[in-house]
Ligand binder design. Structure first.
Ligand code: CP
Length: 312
C-alpha cells in the first residue's frame, strides 16, 4: 500500500481516509503473528514510553493496549486517575502537561467526556490515542471489528453489516459506522427509537426498528451493550422487554444467513442484548475480536510512534 502514516494522534475513524484505515489493518495483519510466537516480544518500540490514562473502567482495551506495548518492548506507565493529583483539583490539561514534561511518547486515554482526547492532542506533544471518549468514538474497537470481519470474509466492501442495540450512546457504533462505510460496507442500524440518535441516516446508514429486518441478509451482526451508565433516564420500559424485542436469541437467529458472523465489543450483558447460546455459539467471533485487539493496537502504537525502522 502506497499510503504513509503522517498523523500524530489517533482520535477517531471519522478523520481517517479509507487508505489510512487499510494501512492500519494491513500493519495489524503483519503484527498478529508475533502473539503466536513462544516468545511474544520484539524490540520495535524499545526506548518509547507509553502512558495508560483511563478515567473509566476497562478490561479488554486497557489490557490489550498494555500487552501490545509490552510485546513491542515499550516502557509502560499506568496512571491511577483516582489516586492522581486530578483528585486535588489539577486540571486534565495541567496533568497532561506534567506527563509531557516527563518526556513520554504516547498517551492512551479513555474518558467519559466526548472530545477529551482531542483537547489533549491539541495541548501536548506526545501522540494521543483515543481508547473511548464518551459517546463519540472508540477507534481501535472499530478497527479490530473490521480486522475480524476481513479475516473471515476476506473483504469489507459490499458486505451487509447490522449494528443492533443502543446506537445513541455507543462510541463503538460510531467508529464502526465511520470505518465500515469508508471501506464500502452497507451498514444498517437497529434499536428502539429512544436509543437511535436523530439524523443518523446522514452518516450513510440505513435505519430500522425491526430486528428481523436487521438480521435477514446481514453478513455480520454486531450486538451492542445497553449503556445504562450513559443514559440519564429510562429509555425503554424494562430490561426484559428490551431483551424480548432487541436481544439476539436462538429464535431470532433463524432469520440469519448460514455464514453470518456474530460480534459484540464486550462487556456482554448475557440474557439482555444476546443470549449465552448465541454469544458462545458457532457463529460467534466475540473472543476472536479480543485476540485481534492486540494486533490492531500494536499496529496503531507502531504507526503513531513514528518509529521508522521495523525491528522484529
Ligand atoms: N470493548 C471495550 O471497550 O471493552 P472494555 O470496556 O473492557 O475496554
Amino acid at each position: 500500500m502506497a499510503v504513509k502514516w503522517t498523523k500524530k494522534d489517533l482520535l477517531g475513524l471519522e478523520g481517517l481516509s479509507a487508505d489510512e484505515i487499510g494501512l492500519i489493518l494491513e500493519t495489524a495483519d503483519s503484527f498478529k503473528e508475533i502473539s503466536q510466537r513462544p516468545i511474544k516480544k520484539v524490540p520495535t518500540l524499545r526506548g518509547q514510553t507509553v502512558v495508560l490514562f483511563f478515567f473509566e473502567p476497562s478490561t479488554r482495551t486497557r489490557t490489550s493496549f498494555e500487552l501490545a506495548a509490552k510485546r513491542m518492548s515499550a516502557d509502560i506507565v499506568n496512571i491511577q486517575t483516582n489516586a492522581s493529583s486530578l483528585t486535588k483539583g489539577e486540571t486534565l490539561k495541567d496533568t497532561a502537561k506534567n506527563i509531557e514534561a516527563m518526556k513520554v511518547n504516547i498517551i492512551i486515554m479513555r474518558h467519559s467526556a466526548s472530545g477529551a482526547p482531542q483537547l489533549l492532542a491539541e495541548s501536548v506533544s506526545p501522540s494521543i490515542i483515543n481508547a473511548g471518549d464518551g459517546s463519540h468514538e472508540h477507534p481501535t474497537q472499530g478497527l479490530l471489528d473490521m480486522f475480524t470481519i476481513k479475516e473471515h470474509k476476506k473483504k469489507i466492501a459490499g458486505l451487509n453489516v447490522s449494528i443492533i442495540g443502543d446506537i445513541a450512546h455507543s462510541r463503538v457504533a460510531r467508529s464502526n459506522i465511520w470505518g465500515l462505510t469508508k471501506l464500502g460496507a452497507k451498514v444498517t442500524v437497529c434499536g428502539p427509537a429512544t436509543l437511535m440518535p436523530p439524523e443518523i441516516e446522514k452518516l450513510g446508514v440505513k435505519v430500522t426498528y425491526d430486528i428481523k429486518e436487521a438480521i435477514e441478509g446481514a453478513d455480520v451482526i454486531n450486538m451492542l451493550r445497553i449503556q445504562l451508565e450513559r443514559q440519564g433516564q429510562s429509555l425503554f420500559p424494562s430490561i426484559r422487554e428490551y431483551a424480548m424485542k432487541f436481544g439476539l436469541d436462538a429464535e431470532k437467529m433463524k432469520y440469519a444467513k448460514k455464514d453470518v458472523l456474530i460480534m459484540h465489543p464486550g462487556p456482554i450483558n448475557r440474557g439482555v442484548e444476546i443470549t449465552p447460546e448465541v454469544a458462545d455459539g458457532p457463529y460467534s467471533v466475540i473472543l476472536e475480536q479480543v485476540t485481534n485487539g492486540i494486533a490492531v493496537r500494536m499496529a496503531v502504537l507502531y504507526l503513531v510512534s513514528g518509529v521508522k525502522e521495523r525491528i522484529e
